[in-house]
Design a protein around this ligand. Structure first.
Ligand code: ZN
Length: 280
């Protein structure tokens, strides 16, 4: 599932192209929003695009917002005169609209925004801007890296946890934005075994892990996110972090820390990649 770097990359693209544009009309394909709510979107002009954990919020100037969680396969694809020369990935997007397009936003200045979702797990809600923070998903979100995740909080949630440390990193209620890819890579960089109980980590290890979480997320952002299933940025292009994974999907290959072999196991039902030689 797209994580902080992927959703942030989408956010940056949407911010660049949507802010200042007005929604002229909205067409739904299938039931993703009650059609009665479209009147809150039409005529609204985008004033901001925000991200909370893995969720996105598009604020309009009419006191309404569109809140979205793209889940596994949601895609936003912007097309306008200023992006005429940019073609969305043939493999990941193809032509838009497609049979996977769920919403078409017609914008002013000859622009369109498409929302695609192959697996239909994404959710989209129209809410009053004031009430976005009350949506259960946003309300339950833990503090996040680069924003309000302080070391003291991080240390407390890790040390309190009797479960595997990797599960703590991925628990959105404890830490917002980190999922499977970046949790695996952060643990490798910190040389911590993902199966260890959080409560068994010492101060130094927790400090290191706090640092490596930020480091791998920073790399993810730098490469425009990781394309695993069909993640694309707001122009329909794939990310590049998958070419720089430290452990994720690299079972049988060499560990960059020590030359050992990356192993794959399942931990709490999720594919877990680590090096037994250097992750203790
Ligand atoms: Zn290693």
């Amino acid at each position: 599932m797209p994580e902080l770097p992927e959703v942030e990359t989408i956010r940056q693209g949407l911010e660049k192209y949507l802010v200042g544009k007005k929604i002229i009309g909205v067409k739904l394909k299938g039931f993703i929003l009650p059609p009665s709510q479209l009147s809150h979107l039409e005529g609204g002009r985008t004033v901001a695009v925000k991200r909370f954990g893995k969720g996105l919020v598009i604020d309009l100037n009419n006191k309404y917002s569109l809140a979205i969680h793209i889940k596994l396969t949601g895609q936003f694809i912007y097309k306008g005169p200023e992006t005429e020369n940019i073609t969305p990935s043939k493999k990941l997007v193809g032509l838009v609209p497609s049979k996977f397009t769920r919403i078409i936003f017609k914008l002013d200045k000859n622009a369109f925004l498409y929302f695609n979702d192959v697996r239909k797990f994404a959710w989209v809600k129209v809410v009053k801007t004031d009430e976005v923070k009350n949506l259960p998903f946003f309300k339950g979100l833990g503090p996040e890296p680069f924003r309000d995740l302080r070391f003291e909080h991080f240390k407390r949630v890790v040390q309190k946890s009797k479960g595997a440390v990797k599960a703590v990193l991925m628990d959105q209620k404890k830490i917002g934005g980190v999922g499977n890819i970046y949790a695996n890579d952060a643990l490798n960089l910190a040389r911590v075994d993902p199966r260890r109980k959080g409560s068994g980590l010492d101060n130094k290890e927790i400090e290191k892990l706090y640092e490596t979480i930020h480091e791998v997320l920073k790399r993810g952002l730098k490469y425009g996110g990781a394309t695993e299933l069909n993640y694309v940025n707001a122009l329909g292009q794939s990310g590049k972090y998958q070419e720089h994974f430290l452990t994720y999907g690299r079972q049988g290959q060499k560990c960059y820390n020590c030359g050992g072999t990356i192993k794959k196991i399942f931990l709490a039902g999720r594919g877990t990649y680590f090096c037994e030689d250097c992750q203790k």
